[in-house]
Ligand binder design. Structure first.
Ligand SMILES: *Cc1c(COP(=O)(O)O)cnc(C)c1O
Length: 374
């Protein structure tokens, strides 16, 4: 059961992914070197503890941290960070959670940064304590929200979320209260510089997806931070005692570890400038094709709220064609289906280029032109 049409044989439709590294469309595409390394890894037996330790060192170095660990994705990273903050390196506590009796278990989280993946902080018995207003927060609100039961403060860096206080401010306030700051930076790379940024700013732990911008296995992630907290995370995975850790259901295979390590090395060695230039060229193809359609303003946007440079189509007041939702629907129902971004600021159409493969830019441009001029 392999070959070029493996998905066809299963009756699964292949789509053009112009929505970004979303898991719902398959994340990212691994490079041939990553597949090759995973295949080689799969030919041998090793001591998993030794491999986990070696993989952790690569992750630590990549993130500029004291210690690191390969995990099963950023959501698993959130679970491990939460478990580590709750139990520390106390083996009895590791066995006891999610019953957190006698432990600090509150995670202070900005109301404006609540997101689908914060559920993982609750898995080991954590309790989310919201701070701030729906779109903002003040330093004194954060100070007041930290209390006797606070295990950590959570900060999420994501293009789709506001930053009510800066990460620097959050770390300063957390540390003044002697509370660690845990960072979910799942999709913040590239740029590669963002891999070391949370640690440089003093964060205590950080997690990234391996299967998004780093193009490693979809079920891999990086977890890095203070040595004592990473030791606690390892304990909450495989403590080596009578019970496995609470994070054991999110296990990583030897192939996944080798795949992630290889992807990290390739990512750090890659010429980021030329990759961005390639995405910009694809933007030009779309913008050139849509130029001059009355009622549309078509621009290329490149900022921290957008994953890579993107053509963005705004419908002006004089626009008389189909509304954005209808355009998205027609794109998704075409052959091949094209999945574009979900906007961001309002009802604009945005085409995310990070996963658009060679030639697909032209297909997207033509199809958009057809729909927008019909
Ligand atoms: C994608 C995402 C995750 C989940 O990452 P996985 O590696 O798929 O587990 C967690 N947090 C944020 C902010 C994300 O965008």
């Amino acid at each position: 059961m392999n070959g070029p049409d493996i998905y066809d044989r299963l009756g699964v439709t292949k789509v053009i992914n112009a929505r970004s590294w979303v898991t719902a469309l398959g994340g990212s595409i691994m490079r041939p070197e990553v597949f090759a390394a995973m295949e080689e890894a799969g030919q041998h037996f090793i001591d998993m503890d030794e491999l986990m330790a070696a993989g952790g060192k690569v992750v630590a170095r990549a993130c500029g941290a004291e210690a690191g660990m390969v995990c099963a994705g950023a959501a698993a990273g959130n679970l491990l960070m939460a478990a580590a903050a709750i139990t520390g390196t106390d083996r009895a506590k590791v066995d006891q959670i999610p019953d957190t009796t006698g432990m600090k278990n509150e995670f202070v989280i900005f109301k404006s940064q609540r997101n689908a993946y914060d559920h993982a902080f609750e898995t080991p018995g954590g309790k989310l304590v919201e701070v701030g207003m729906p779109q903002s927060a003040t330093p004194y609100q954060l100070e007041a929200a930290i209390g006797e039961n606070t295990a950590a403060v959570i900060y999420t860096l994501a293009p789709f979320l506001p930053r009510p206080l800066t990460l620097e401010e959050t770390i300063e306030i957390g540390h003044a209260a002697d509370v660690p700051v845990l960072v979910d930076a799942s999709a913040e790379v590239p740029p590669a510089d963002n891999l070391t940024k949370p640690m440089r700013l003093g964060a205590d732990m950080v997690t990234y997806s391996g299967g998004k911008g780093i193009c490693g296995p979809q079920n891999s992630g990086l977890l890095a931070g203070r040595a004592d907290l990473i030791e606690a995370a390892f304990l909450n995975y495989l403590p080596g005692g009578p019970r496995v850790g609470i994070a054991r259901p999110a296990k990583v295979s030897k192939e996944t570890i080798i795949g992630l390590v290889t992807a990290i090395e390739l990512f750090l060695d890659s010429d980021q400038e030329s990759i961005w230039a390639g995405w910009r060229q694809k933007c030009d193809v779309v913008v050139d094709r849509l130029r001059g359609i009355p009622g549309l303003r078509v621009v290329i946007e490149e900022n921290e709220n957008r994953q890579g440079p993107q053509p963005v189509i705004y419908m002006e007041s004089e626009w008389s064609g189909p509304p954005a939702a209808e355009v998205r629907k027609q794109l998704a129902e075409g052959d091949p289906p094209i999945m574009i971004g979900s906007g961001g600021y309002g009802d604009e159409l945005n085409v995310v280029m990070v996963n658009v493969r060679p030639g697909e830019d032209k297909i997207i441009a033509d199809r958009l032109h057809e729909i927008l001029t019909s």
